[in-house]
Design a protein around this ligand. Structure first.
Ligand SMILES: [Zn+2]
Length: 587
């Protein structure tokens, strides 16, 4: 990365991690550090730690960690250079010109240009005889010409290389089109269009750039949809379809299942409709929603999949405090069908009669038990208590009152059942969170530095030594004089050690934020973790020598496991260490 050291140094100085992170996470001071609920995974007890002294963070729940640049990369979903730009503009700093000219950013620009040209191409097909089939399809759905233009709808012709040919004639290269998920390389080396004979719906981001496409079949063939997969310009989890229109309609969004529902709602006069392009509701998407809305109406299909999506969305949105309502479309219709048949006014009534999250849950639960029998009521109440156990005291009081009337059971008895359920739930949750945290931590370690598992003692000595060296760079030359990088047992630690020696010899600063350009996010988290673990240790040169000895012993073990990979001088080293060890034992 070509950014000058002095620039990054100033960038980090002007963006201290505490003030940057606190605009995303609310944190409490605990000793020298701050703790809060992690913005990178859902949790009830805080495991997100911020360390102002080392300008770093680490989450013990999900293993996210690193410096301020890594934090912005993750939370804003940016690559390194864009995260640097983000922080630069936050601090009012100018980025030196030539550094903006980064290969990845350039490819991303080309993808956006190719997408825009492709969108124009698809739209223009509608006025050709071959595109008639798609135009008829849109008309059958009741879309007006204005709607078709507004959304830039189009048609991908029923041919193998029409789009590719067109875009190449406009100067785009095959690599760019493949990176944009517009064409693919065929088995014979040629190129073919990914979208063929489909109704094309451009996906436009909030800045107005075409970032991807949804392509729907015009008949009943499969797959019904082909969507742009992850590209440099598009990530499904960070996108809401039609947010470019909906964002300026106020702080209320109507979240639907698919493109077609959204388009129908916009045409019917509900321009705040958006679609999530999936039913997983990852955290980036939830953050995106909460950036633009205080109120969300969920309107998914009435089928099993739609109900599942509703529950997932309710769960995902719950921690945000957004007011969520669930709209149930009668007769098992999807919103698009309902509006076509009954008109917008009836739909507005549905919106007004939407149930809140709790009402929706209790209603779905009520469908499952026969409330006219004593058994049915007992079982229903037990399940309802579990649901209410997750809500506020005020909600519990209100719904206990309602249930008491509906089921002729005393309110006190219901409240007591809720309290019991809440107690059980809390205990269970704590257990789950702990075991998840332990498991997560192990998974991350294994992934980032897999050899640590095979050589745990040596790996842990390496990590302590590296952590201490990062905290006290004056130790680096002393350690370097007696320990070479190839003596390290695990490869990530070896790379980090070599990296430290190199920076030191070039007179560069040894601080986490400078590492972010050279290590990926997982490694940054790993490194942060070792620095934090080393921070609380008193450290002398004798300790260092002890760790160096353990690393050498580890090298012996590694050598015995993979003798064929050894160099002659390494074998000498190993024999010497083994002799030392034997002598020590003899004494
Ligand atoms: Zn976390």
């Amino acid at each position: 990365m070509a950014l000058p050291e002095a620039f990054i140094r100033e960038l980090v100085a002007r963006n201290d991690i505490e003030s940057v992170a606190s605009s995303y996470v609310s944190m409490k001071r605990r000793g020298r550090n701050l703790v809060g609920l992690c913005p990178f995974h859902g949790e009830k007890t805080p495991s997100f730690n911020l360390y102002p002294e080392t300008e770093s963070f680490y989450c013990f729940g999900c293993g996210a960690g690193g410096d301020v640049i890594t934090f912005i990369k993750r939370i804003e979903n940016l690559d390194y250079i864009d995260a640097v730009k983000f922080l630069a503009s936050r601090a009012g700093m100018q980025l030196p010109e030539e550094q903006v000219d980064d290969k990845t950013s350039r490819l991303r620009m080309r993808i956006l240009e190719a997408n825009r040209e492709a969108a124009r191409f698809f739209h223009s097909q509608l006025s050709k005889p071959e595109g008639r089939i798609a135009l008829d399809y849109y008309r059958r759905r009741g879309y007006t010409d204005a709607t078709i233009r507004h959304f830039g709808l189009g048609y991908a012709p029923n041919a193998w290389d029409e789009l590719g040919k067109h875009l190449r004639s406009k100067g785009f290269r095959d690599e760019e089109l493949q990176a944009a998920f517009l064409t693919r390389r065929g088995r014979n080396g040629g190129s073919y269009d990914i979208f063929r004979n489909r109704a094309m719906i451009p996906i436009i981001d909030i800045r107005g750039a075409v970032i991807g496409f949804g392509g729907r079949v015009l008949d009943d063939s499969k797959p019904k949809y082909i969507n742009t997969e992850s590209t440099l310009a598009f990530s499904k989890s960070n996108t809401l379809f039609a947010l470019n229109f909906a964002k300026s309609t106020g702080r209320e969004l109507t979240l639907c299942e698919g493109y077609m529902d959204v388009i129908a709602l916009h045409q019917a006069g509900f321009p705040n409709a958006v679609a999530a392009l999936g039913t997983a509701f990852p955290e980036e998407q939830v953050r995106l929603i909460s950036r633009y809305a205080d109120k969300v109406n969920l309107i998914f299909d009435a089928d099993e999949a739609g109900q599942k999506a509703t529950r997932r969305a309710l769960d995902a949105l719950k921690p945000t405090g957004i007011e969520v309502k669930v709209i149930t479309v009668p007769d098992g219709k999807d919103p698009d069908e309902f509006i076509r048949k009954n008109g917008p006014e009836r739909f507005r009534l549905l919106l007004e009669r939407a149930s809140n999250a709790m009402e929706y849950r209790l209603m779905r639960l009520g469908d499952r038990y026969p409330l006219n029998t004593a058994d049915g009521r007992v079982n229903y109440l037990r399940e309802a208590a579990k649901v209410l156990a997750q809500s506020s005291a005020v909600e519990q009081d209100i719904y206990a009152g309602r249930l008491s009337q509906e089921l002729s059971v005393s309110k006190d008895a219901i409240l007591q059942q809720i309290r019991q359920a809440a107690g059980r739930r809390e205990k269970q949750q704590k257990r789950q969170e702990l075991s998840r945290a332990v498991k997560q931590d192990m998974t991350i370690l294994r992934r980032v530095n897999p050899e640590a598992e095979t050589f745990p003692r040596a790996a842990s000595a390496e990590e302590t030594l590296l952590g201490v060296m990062i905290l006290h760079p004056d130790l680096i030359p002393k350690v370097a004089a007696v320990l070479s990088a190839d003596q390290f047992v695990t490869s990530l630690n070896r790379d980090l050690y070599a990296y430290l020696l190199q920076r030191q010899s070039q007179g560069l600063l040894i601080e986490l934020p400078f590492f972010a350009a050279d290590f990926d996010e997982a490694s940054m988290a790993y490194i942060t973790r070792m620095v934090q673990a080393a921070k609380d240790r008193a450290f002398t040169w004798e300790d260092a020598e002890k760790y160096i000895a353990i690393i050498r012993e580890g090298q012996v073990l590694r050598g015995m496991k993979q003798p064929e990979s050894l160099q002659n001088d390494q074998i000498e080293d190993i024999l010497r260490v083994m002799r030392d060890r034997k002598n020590k034992k003899d004494i």
